[in-house]
Design a protein around this ligand. Structure first.
Ligand code: FAD
Length: 485
């Protein structure tokens, strides 16, 4: 049987044709010279690769470049970035197979997308559920409704600092973890390789076994609470009832199909309510596959789309994850989460980090690069539509119907941050003005022309015209410049 070359994000059994198939793994240091990744991300990826090298008939080659390591004929599953696909195509003796690690096939997506004016998650998700018979009763959605978002997305429960769900089982570091940590120290001190973020105990699975343990624990203990608080934030509970499975799925340690099947089984057996299970499956079968396909479906220059002409560089305090420089409680806490864990859940990414960047007019490509480097689950394919499209609206609405811009009122409703903050979410101008509230109105004022034709923005734009203190607010925002709020 031919050798299967596995990229570092193709580590699970579903990337092989047979469990005994010989495997080639390549560890390249060059990747880490090119960009300053989060230290915990570098640790996770290298640890996972080296654990995989101990399982089965595997040859791990350490090389500066991939090209020098591939000496024999091999097959490889379609890689997850354009650069890697280009490399695979250029290397002699390498057979490229269709992609694995996603639920839907590229040709299915293309057939669905062709001829549509707008590509919307909801339409794709319903299509994918039907084709793959997920959460379906015959031809109808289980429970009679496709979308149970109205049952989910509640504010956090009042008077609690954390959700009443058991934490995921800790991963226990071993000799490989220690060896990688010591090596990264040497890379930093001897080779001048730079990282961002703090090192810390490994928080995410690096082996198939650890990933399966996390999956089972999530489905049994946390999935029942996933739905209602999916969009809520608590300062004392970074994980809420989220699965924290994205690093494991993106490393290829888990097949999204098995994750979806486990969640559906929990619903069918009565162990988890439909709303939460639907919400969770929507994330994986819907969002994850949708984002993956958009990476390939949109033209390569989509990555540098900048419809709102946002030209500012990231300020240093943000780029370097200096949470202590920030007084706004939500942003400080979320930035500290990125610094200390390389992971925060979806709403802090979208509504705290992304929203702040969009309001301030930071370059979408720089924001995208920052997310890619700073998050343990960040890969190029997942950046493009999530960051450029969804969070920065830099594509002018090709994948979302309106910008995810929001003021402090949103953060106040969906979190417990504002109570202890020195800013007031209701105040637009003056010393106590919430930077999100001020930033929201200034964003609308700046982009009124581009947003005027969007009926979902009609009401906010009417609100903008009613403001009597807009000039003072804009002047204050101008004076704030790129200072940490
Ligand atoms: P859960 O809330 O438990 O969701 C379950 C799974 O659904 C996730 O594990 C993930 O595999 C999938 N998923 C959900 N939403 C998305 C999405 N929009 N795109 C892709 N997969 C999704 N996800 C990444 O995997 N890597 C990233 O680098 C990444 N960057 C993001 C940047 C921004 C600005 C935004 C708005 C979203 C980003 N996401 C990214 C999507 C999402 O925030 C994370 O997948 C999720 O927070 C991971 O935590 P979890 O595993 O607990 O997710």
């Amino acid at each position: 049987m031919e050798t299967r070359w596995l990229f570092a994000d193709q580590l699970g059994p579903h990337f092989l044709d047979d469990p005994g198939q010989p495997v080639l793994l390549i560890e390249s240091k060059a990747v880490f010279r090119r960009r300053a990744f989060h230290r915990q991300k570098a640790h996770l990826v290298l640890t996972a690769l080296r654990h995989r090298a101990r399982a089965g008939d595997v040859r791990l080659v350490r090389a500066e470049t991939y090209a020098e390591a591939v000496k024999e004929p091999v097959s490889v599953c379609h890689p997850t970035s354009r650069a890697a696909r280009g490399l695979v195509r250029r290397l002699p003796g390498v057979e490229m197979l269709p992609p694995r690690g996603f639920v839907t096939a590229p040709q299915d997506f293309t057939a669905w997308a062709e001829g549509r004016d707008h590509l919307r998650l909801e339409d794709f998700y319903r299509h994918a559920r039907t084709v793959h018979d997920v959460l379906m009763d015959g031809g109808e959605p289980a429970g009679g409704r496709w979308n149970l978002d109205t049952d989910n997305r509640e504010p956090p429960p009042r008077g609690v600092t954390r959700l009443d769900v058991p934490p995921p089982p800790a991963v226990v570091e071993d000799d490989i973890d220690h060896e990688v940590r010591a090596e990264l120290d040497r890379w930093q001190s001897d080779d001048g390789i730079a990282f961002v973020g703090n090192d810390g105990p490994r928080l995410f699975p690096a082996t198939r076994q650890e990933a399966l343990t996390r999956l089972r624990h999530f489905v049994e203990h946390r999935l029942p609470m996933f739905g209602p608080y999916e969009d809520a934030m608590l300062a004392g509970d970074p994980w809420m009832a989220h699965s924290m499975l994205s690093p494991a799925i993106n490393l290829g340690l888990l097949d999204p199909v098995e994750v979806i099947e486990a969640a559906e089984r929990a619903y069918r057996s009565g162990a988890a309510p439909l709303a939460g299970v639907e919400g969770f499956i929507r994330q994986i079968l819907g969002w994850r596959d949708f984002i993956w396909h958009l990476y390939w479906y949109f033209e390569p220059r989509y990555r540098s789309a900048n419809e709102l002409r946002a030209r500012k560089d990231l300020p240093r305090w943000f780029a370097e994850l200096n949470a202590d420089a920030v007084e706004a409680r939500c942003l400080s806490d979320v930035l500290a989460g990125v610094r200390d864990r390389g992971w925060v859940h979806h709403i802090p990414r979208l509504m705290v980090l992304g929203n702040y960047a969009m309001q301030r007019g930071w370059r979408p490509a720089a924001v995208s690069d920052w997310f890619h480097r700073c998050f343990v689950d960040g890969y190029e394919w997942v950046m493009t539509a999530n960051v450029v499209g969804m969070s920065q609206y830099a594509d002018g609405g090709r994948m979302s119907s309106k910008p995810y811009a929001a003021g402090g009122a949103y953060v106040n409703r969906m979190s417990d941050y504002c109570g202890g903050c020195r800013y007031d979410p209701k105040v637009r101008a003056g010393d106590d003005a919430c930077p999100y509230t001020a930033g929201y109105w200034s964003f609308l004022a700046r982009h009124e022309r581009e947003l005027a034709g969007n009926h979902r923005m009609a009401q906010p734009l009417r609100g903008l015209h009613r403001l009597t203190d807009l000039d003072a607010l804009l002047e204050q925002e101008r004076l704030r410049g790129s200072r940490a709020p």
